[in-house]
Design a protein around this ligand. Structure first.
Ligand code: PEP
Length: 251
């Protein structure tokens, strides 16, 4: 496994045309080359661009889906399922991003089923977890959610397989899209507690990412936290100039 850290760009519902997306991808290809010794870059564009972009990526950038909604094919209008992504050479997906959870009112049990379907199809799942409110109760909220998601999975797969098949993204809800000034000490404490929980649960820890309000002033500091294997960045990374400044901060 690569020891490089991950920069995961979740473009959400941006940009609004294929042409603009291709320009952004060209910029990202160029920037990814400049950091290739330190970082692996993953892009999650809007779903309709996944297939056209599969042909225009260079420099080792990988593509990810922003969601899986259902476990299999069938009468599920508007849905994406793991086997569909694998069939189309998309090897990674976010699972249960907080915006996805809120929109679809996903329960932890439903998320567990989606994760199971990813594992069955050898689709790398980046499982998003995070507390609603910053504070002492946060770790309890996260581990209760993770218990409900992971317990059924642990009965079906060896923990060594689970650890390599999923990444955990710690994304506190209060930080997502909020452009907060980050409290590194709080984030580090949370990451340490999550890692400790994961090791107790799975014997070793999956890769652990952080996401929420990261920008050019905080990216390097977050990447330098030993528990962090990667960073997720939201829709600001779909703005060319903002993205260039972000990469400049780690070159
Ligand atoms: C996200 O939505 O996954 C995210 C990290 O958003 P932002 O960078 O905008 O906080």
């Amino acid at each position: 496994m690569s020891s490089k850290k991950i920069l995961f760009l979740n473009w959400k519902a941006n940009p609004s045309s294929l042409k603009e997306t291709e320009v952004l991808v060209e910029t990202t290809n160029h920037l990814a080359l400049l950091v290739k010794d330190k970082l692996d870059v993953i892009i999650a564009p809007p779903p309709v661009y996944l297939l056209p972009l599969n042909h225009s990526l260079t420099s080792g950038i990988q593509l990810a889906s922003q969601t899986v909604d259902v476990t299999t094919n069938g009468p599920h209008t508007g849905s994406i399922y793991p086997a569909l992504l694998k069939e189309n050479n998309i090897g990674i997906t976010l699972v249960a991003h907080s915006e996805d959870r809120a929109k679809k009112q996903l329960t932890s049990e439903q998320i567990s089923d989606l994760l199971d379907a990813c594992l069955k199809n050898n689709l790398k799942a980046v499982l998003c977890v995070g507390e609603h409110q910053k504070g002492d109760e946060a770790i309890k909220e996260i581990t209760q959610d993770l218990d409900l998601i992971l317990d059924p999975i642990i009965t079906k797969y060896p923990t060594s397989f689970i650890t390599s098949a999923i990444d955990i993204a710690y994304e506190p809800l209060w930080a997502i899209g909020a452009q907060k000034i980050l409290d590194l000490s709080y984030i580090t404490t949370q990451l340490l507690a999550i890692k400790e929980y994961l090791i107790a649960k799975l014997t070793s820890s999956p890769r652990l990412f952080y996401g929420g309000s990261v920008d050019r002033s905080s990216l390097k500091q977050i990447l330098d936290i030993p528990e962090v294997d990667g960073v997720l960045i939201g829709e600001r990374s779909a703005q060319k100039e903002w993205l260039e400044e972000l990469f400049q901060s780690v070159i």
